[in-house]
Write a protein that binds this ligand. Structure first.
Ligand code: PEP
Ligand code: MN
Length: 360
């Protein structure tokens, strides 16, 4: 049961509603979000939404019926914008999150950071804890990698996004992380969703490879229920019968998620295709479909990458991606971010009206 309080509801009206929910057999919780204060009844209570809806200070009450309410499009008139560094994800400026699959060494991540910042990235990605299909595969350099990522983020002026795999790592990682990524394989790790919900940082939630849109949105609901409104949904490809690509990038999900939720939606054409040659075309398609941003894997030397080299763009290809999505973004009423003001002087691209981006 979800009860929305009116903007002018008194603290005692909230207490009365919570007490009523408790009497009806629910576990109760107050959830304070930018679009409203909610009294939530969890579990199987015997509440009656019509009666609750008439209580003092109540705007509406509804039974959730197995569907997301706090993430649903109709819970607020505004779309949610998530601040990631200075960039508002979900605004008319596209978010561009770029960097290697895994942080491998200081030079690799610094080179990547400097370059992607110079070409308009709004955040730096890089894995420290890697969810790998095989237990024999490289698992990431852990805390050491996290330090290197944070340092590269500071040096390039970019906020950093990295995956957390264990609930117990959320608090230790938090000081070095601007946005927690929940990997596709962890989309339904409910203790992890609750923990990042309480961490007070934006969360980039990836769709599980076999998750339906409904399950995906319900995973986001777990985070919102902890009072964290800063959830970014990421379509990263689903498992189908097709083997020509690593996954099938479900761009249908972009308009569907935007119709069903108020949360920003980004697309990962790297994991969505698994093939470097398909990343730029699908990035263009994602922008055309209305995505609020992209997350892409970039590596200074993809052939030598310790993970996901086949789908990683070279630095030059990242620049190409930015050039290629720019007119598509403009065609759908969006902008690509201008290069970070903090990026390194000499490597700032000079964009001339006649020749486009300067040479690398
Ligand atoms: C990644 O971003 O490197 C990653 C492991 O992504 P996903 O969880 O979508 O597979
Ligand atoms: Mn990867």
């Amino acid at each position: 049961m979800i009860v929305k309080l009116t903007a002018s509801a008194s603290p005692s009206a909230l207490s009365t509603v919570l007490a009523a929910l408790a009497r009806q057999g629910y576990e109760t919780r107050k959830v304070d979000l930018p679009y409203g204060l909610f009294a939530v009844g969890l579990g199987d209570g015997a509440g009656d939404a019509v009666t609750l809806g008439t209580m003092e200070g109540v705007e509406w009450a509804k039974k959730e019926g197995g569907r997301a309410v706090l993430a649903a499009r109709d819970v607020t008139r505004e779309r949610t914008e998530v601040m990631l560094g200075r960039a508002a994800l979900g605004s008319d400026t596209l978010a561009l999150i770029a960097g290697p699959c895994s942080v491998e060494d200081r030079d690799q991540i610094q080179t990547c950071a400097r370059f992607v910042a110079a070409y308009g990235a709004t955040a730096l990605r890089g894995g420290a804890f890697k969810p790998r299909t095989s237990p024999y595969a490289f698992q990431g350099f852990g805390h050491e990698a996290l330090e290197m990522l944070a340092q590269a983020g500071r040096a390039s002026g970019l906020p950093v996004v990295t995956e957390v795999m264990e609930p117990g790592e959320v608090q230790p990682m938090a000081p070095l992380v601007d946005c927690f990524q929940i990997g596709a394989r962890s989309m339904q790790n409910f203790p992890l969703l609750k923990e990042v919900g309480r961490a007070g940082k934006p969360v980039l939630l990836k769709r599980g490879p076999s998750a339906t849109v409904k399950e995906f949105i319900l995973a986001a609901e777990y985070i919102l229920l902890e009072g964290n409104p800063n959830v970014i949904l990421c379509e990263r490809g689903i498992r189908t019968f097709e083997t020509a690509t690593r996954n099938t990038l479900d761009l249908n999900a972009v308009p569907v998620l935007k119709a069903q939720t108020h949360l920003p939606v980004i697309v990962d054409p790297s994991h969505g295709t698994g093939r470097r040659d398909a990343v730029i075309p699908m990035a263009r398609a994602a922008v055309a479909a209305g995505a609020d941003g992209l997350i892409v894997e970039v590596h200074p030397d993809p052939e030598q990458a310790l993970s996901d080299g086949d789908q990683s763009l070279t630095l030059a290809q990242f620049r190409e991606l930015v050039e290629e999505i720019t007119p598509v973004a403009e065609a759908v009423g969006r902008k690509v971010a201008s290069p970070s003001a903090l990026s390194f002087g000499d490597e700032r691209p000079r964009r001339s009206r006649t020749t486009g981006w300067g040479s690398v």
